[in-house]
Ligand binder design. Structure first.
Ligand SMILES: Nc1ncnc2c1ncn2[C@@H]1O[C@H](COP(=O)(O)OP(=O)(O)OP(=O)(O)O)[C@@H](O)[C@H]1O
Length: 627
């Protein structure tokens, strides 16, 4: 087997998951939604909650209106003091101040909680959608994008959006309302106060424009750099055995460090931009307050406004500092969240694109043409980049027939299986599985050597293949594959992470039992966990034989015993079919397979791929193969 890409977890009960080949060298990132698409997706989420949105907006608006009362009453208080009002009047105004403050605080709190709840429920839907999309993506697409891209979207981007929704958005919304109503309040005192306050606005707008122009691209590159760092860490950790055995530890550390440094450099650049942005905002506030105070001085001096009104105007403007700082400062957080949201919507879009592409893919044979043929490959070629791995391969698997594919390591066996399973589209030629391609979910099941045992009970694990199966069916499936150990443990035994650890052979049997329960149109076996001659090899061979009984199957044969028990054997060499026939016919023919069988049955070799490598190397030197 080729070394698996870190991008994919192969799992037999997930019908479309293949034994993953090494990741391609060029990355094709998943799409990022445009601003319009992101806005449309967000609106769609909010529209489903229209009633709650209206109630929340009303409460927040009320809170902002009540907030205006505080500076207005303070202005009244100043005027009363100047006019020498009675203590009882001052106390009444003070009581009004207290009531206004408490009501504003209470309404603001309720409004923010309502908004956070509303957004959280929308985010929960989005999160589910994103996870569904990530799971539904074709494996080849995930490989092309790199698992880091997907992981950073479902973790980092979801987190950025979630933080913005719980913390930033409520504060941002009430701040925006406060600003709007405060300007109205200033205008009510005297329109010249409002004009003076608005003097700061162009400066703030310029500062914001300056910031947005620079920060948007910077945040996007930060997210990409973080995704690349995640990708590198995953790759290093997943390939740790290879890394250690080849002494590549230091080189990989360097790669991770380089990517981290790159991401940190970009983050620091973003922080620097933010600091300069705040400086510009402070300058704008200084200019605005100076204008309001000057206008107040002038209006009081000319007898148009009272000192109380001028005081209220200054307080109104001062009251804008916080919300304006919030709005402008949090534009930054909202932008980050926007970048994350665009990547999430892009991911959900990629799922539907993939779905549409799959729908557009013409069925390569109608059911009437299929007849008894479950799989039909007609002159299928496939390349990874420039490298041709399958060359005009034609192959048919009839209903109930088991076809073993034999060949040297790198001959293209796993790739052939991946094409049949719908993971890679053929470069040329046509494929039909049950008359269509890619095969519908659950119509094919792969049992690979990387069996994942999900955490939960044994019964849960088995029911992934058939959620409706009764205990008796689960036990029967285990019995079919000879998993007596499972019956001894009991179906309620916890397995997987944190549960009982299963051996590789037991996990393989579990996967075969799931295959029995899933009862797919086509089974694909690409597993090589046991050496020939070892006790477990014959146990697994027997388990596989029983699981495949009466089924259509393609078996990538790592032990020639698997090929010997198949109905037909196909020998692949460098992506071409060089021999095909029953085991007996091929042995009698005395060709490549016969030589391989000879070496195998005499015990000279245990793994068929290594035997085949030697054989193909020898024979290609002698010019016997590859015709
Ligand atoms: N994702 C990939 N990107 C680039 N090259 C790949 C990829 N997957 C496989 N290859 C190459 O394609 C060739 C065929 O690989 P494949 O895994 O199909 O062979 P195989 O016969 O299954 O080998 P093995 O028995 O070792 O698994 C190999 O040379 C392999 O290195």
């Amino acid at each position: 087997m080729s070394e698996p890409s870190p991008a994919v977890t192969t799992e037999p009960s997930a019908p479309t998951a293949p034994a993953s080949p090494p990741a391609p060298t060029t990355r094709v990132p998943l799409p990022v939604a445009s601003t319009r698409q992101t806005r449309a997706a967000t609106w769609q989420l909010l529209r489903e909650r229209r009633g709650r949105l209206a109630a929340t907006s009303a409460v927040l608006l009320l809170a902002a209106v009540c907030g205006l009362a505080t500076p207005a009453l303070l202005g009244v208080l100043v005027d009363q003091v100047v006019d020498g009002a009675q203590t009882s009047v001052l106390v009444a105004v003070a009581a009004g101040l207290l009531a206004a403050g408490l009501t504003t605080a209470a309404l603001g709190m309720v409004g923010r909680v309502m908004l956070a709840q509303l957004c959280e429920s929308a985010l929960a839907d989005l999160r589910e959608d994103v996870l569904d999309a990530a799971l539904a993506l074709p494996v080849a697409r995930v490989e092309a994008a790199g698992s880091g891209d997907v992981v950073s979207r479902v973790s980092g981007d979801v987190e950025a959006v979630s933080d913005a929704i719980t913390g930033v958005l409520p504060a941002f919304t009430s701040a925006a309302l406060t600003i709007a109503l405060t300007l109205v309040g200033l205008g009510a005192l005297d329109w010249r106060f409002a004009v003076a306050a608005v003097v700061a606005a162009p400066l703030q707008a310029l500062a914001l424009r300056w910031f947005l122009r620079r920060s948007g691209p910077v945040y996007r590159t930060v997210r990409v750099a973080e995704a690349e760092r995640t990708e590198q860490v995953i790759e290093t950790v997943t390939a740790r055995r290879t890394v250690v055995s080849l002494g590549l530890g230091a080189a990989h550390e360097q790669l991770v460090a380089d990517r981290s440094r790159h991401a940190i450099g970009l983050s620091l650049h973003a922080t620097g931009l933010l600091a300069r942005f705040y400086n510009q905002l402070n300058m704008a506030e200084l200019v605005g307050l100076s204008c309001v105070l000057s206008v107040g001085w002038w209006l009081v001096g000319s007898g148009v406004a009272s000192i109380g009104a001028a005081t209220a105007a200054a307080l109104f403007f001062y009251r804008l500092f916080d919300p304006i700082g919030t709005v402008l400062g949090q534009v930054d957080e909202l932008q980050k969240a926007g970048a994350g949201l665009a990547r999430l919507v892009g991911l959900t879009g990629a799922r539907s694109d993939a779905g549409q592409a799959a729908c557009r893919e013409p069925a390569t044979a109608g059911p009437s043409e299929v007849g008894d043929d479950v799989v039909v490959l007609d002159r299928v070629s496939f390349s990874y980049g420039e490298r041709r791995v399958l060359d005009e391969v034609s192959l048919t698997v009839r209903a109930g027939e088991q076809v073993a594919v034999v060949g040297a390591s790198g001959a293209g066996k796993t790739t052939l299986a991946a094409l049949v399973l719908g993971i890679h589209p053929p470069g040329s030629g046509t494929i039909a599985v049950g008359g269509t391609w890619p095969p519908p979910p659950r119509s094919t099941v792969l049992v690979s050597q990387q069996v994942h045992v999900f955490s939960g009970t044994l019964a849960d694990d088995l029911r992934l293949a058939d959620p409706t199966a009764e205990d008796a069916r689960l036990l029967a499936a285990l019995d079919t594959v000879g998993a007596t150990w499972a019956a001894d443990l009991g179906l309620e035994t916890l397995v997987g992470a944190g549960g009982r650890e299963l051996t590789a052979d037991q996990a393989q049997q579990l996967a075969l039992a799931r295959l029995v329960l899933a009862d797919p149109v086509l089974a694909v076996l690409d597993e090589a966990t046991a050496e020939a001659g070892s006790g477990s090899a014959s146990v697994l061979d027997e388990a596989a034989r029983a699981a495949l009984e009466g089924r259509s199957a393609i078996v990538v044969a790592h032990r020639l015993s698997q090929a010997a028990s198949a109905d037909r054997v196909v020998v692949l060499d460098a992506g071409r079919v060089v021999e095909e026939g029953t085991h007996d016919d091929l042995v009698r023919a005395g060709g490549t397979y016969a030589t391989l069988w000879e070496a195998w049955s005499s015990g000279r070799t245990s793994q068929v791929t290594s035997a085949a490598v030697e054989l193909f190397e020898e024979s290609s030197k002698g010019g016997r193969l590859g015709a």
